[in-house]
Design a protein around this ligand. Structure first.
Ligand SMILES: NC(=O)c1ccc[n+]([C@@H]2O[C@H](COP(=O)([O-])OP(=O)(O)OC[C@H]3O[C@@H](n4cnc5c(N)ncnc54)[C@H](OP(=O)(O)O)[C@@H]3O)[C@@H](O)[C@H]2O)c1
Length: 325
């Protein structure tokens, strides 16, 4: 089968032929149509889980994937050949991921059937980013009218989080570069804070650094502070500055492991470093929301599988990149 592999930790991804895995007892073989790309893929390649889980090389990266069940092993009752499914698969030994034509996974994985109204590309864009966004909304116990700041809103997690927070009735303040402001508003943001470089005057080519930090901008527009901060990208200093915006008794979460230095407990603020723990029930909830038209799947790019080396670890996400297999 065609697959993307790396041959060592930190290695360059390349296209190659690999043996097609066969289903055994309790497992399913899925012929993949689409695989979602996440920042986690690059971290995995760089050895983030070295020493924590066994790995096999050549290693096929990729955690999110959608396709059609092509064979089932003995003892499978809930799934059959021909079912369209999507899942979030990180199954030891690491190295048999979704950036390939086939994957074999235990039937007890994070896996769900895909409704007819949802395409495989849409489904493959959901698991890691969508489940994380849903987990964050659940953890924060959002209520209508709360002011919620999403930093890093333009990427995969953020593009779902803005929508889910708005659906919960929150007043969402999203960060975005100027070219992405309109999309944030369409996804449900009530306010958008520019970050990074901004145009000078009418010239499309002249730019200058934004004169205000995100924290300064929000402090001016929202002097009473925000109820909840979801910070998906900042380093510890940035998270600390953004967490200052949260009113006492609110909540502040980082998915980037940046909470270490911030004194949240002293101000009665819930949250801190956040790890997504959602599974198949959350995936089914997201698929229902997409099928009902309540949640838009923010597809940014759909390169072919062979394009994986160019998109793994790339910056500048405007939603999700999904490899078409
Ligand atoms: N802990 C967990 O369970 C968990 C789960 C999922 C994801 N994560 C982590 O959460 C983070 C976000 O994931 P993702 O999938 O959404 O990543 P992504 O799709 O790459 O999106 C990141 C977005 O943030 C923007 N950005 C970068 N620097 C920024 C800044 N200083 N201020 C505002 N926006 C900024 C990027 O745009 P530009 O490049 O144009 O600036 C991009 O649009 C990653 O670090 C990921 O590893 C953690």
């Amino acid at each position: 089968m065609r697959a993307i592999v790396v041959r060592e930790f930190g290695g360059r991804a390349e296209v190659t032929e690999m043996p097609t895995p066969e289903a055994g007892p309790g497992t399913l073989q899925i012929q993949l149509d689409a695989a979602g790309v996440n920042p986690f893929d690059k971290r995995l390649i760089d050895g983030f889980l070295d020493g924590k889980l066994p790995h096999e090389f050549p290693m096929i990266p990729g955690v999110d994937g959608a396709g059609v069940i092509s064979s089932v092993g003995a003892g499978i009752e809930d799934f059959g050949v021909g079912d369209r499914v999507v899942g979030k698969f990180l199954i030891p030994p690491v190295g048999h991921g979704t950036f390939a034509e086939y994957i074999v996974v235990p039937a007890a994985s994070i896996i769900a059937k895909v409704p007819d109204s949802v395409t495989s590309i849409q489904a493959a864009a959901l698991p890691t980013a969508g489940i994380t966004a849903l987990d964050l909304v659940h953890a924060a116990r959002l209520t209508a009218g709360q002011r919620v700041l999403v930093v890093g809103a333009s990427g995969g997690v953020g593009s779902y989080l803005v929508q889910l927070a708005a659906l919960a009735g929150a007043h969402v303040i999203a960060t975005a570069r100027p070219d992405d402001t309109d999309r944030m508003i369409r996804l449900g943001a009530a306010e958008v804070v520019d970050y990074g470089r901004i145009p000078v005057g009418d010239s499309p080519t002249r730019e200058q650094s934004s004169p205000l930090s995100v924290a300064d901008s929000v402090r001016m527009s929202t002097p009473g502070g925000v109820d909840v901060l979801f910070d998906l990208v900042s380093d510890p200093a940035g998270f600390g500055a953004n967490a200052e915006l949260v009113r006492d008794g609110g909540a502040a979460y980082t998915t980037a492991g940046s909470a270490g230095g911030a004194d949240l407990k002293g101000r009665g603020i819930r949250g801190g470093d956040f790890e997504s723990s959602g599974g198949a029930p959350e995936l089914r909830e997201l698929l229902r929301d997409v099928g009902n038209g309540d949640l838009v799947v923010p597809i940014d790019a759909t390169p072919p599988l062979e394009g994986a080396p160019d998109v793994i670890g790339a910056s500048g996400a405007r939603g999700k990149t999904v490899l078409v297999i």
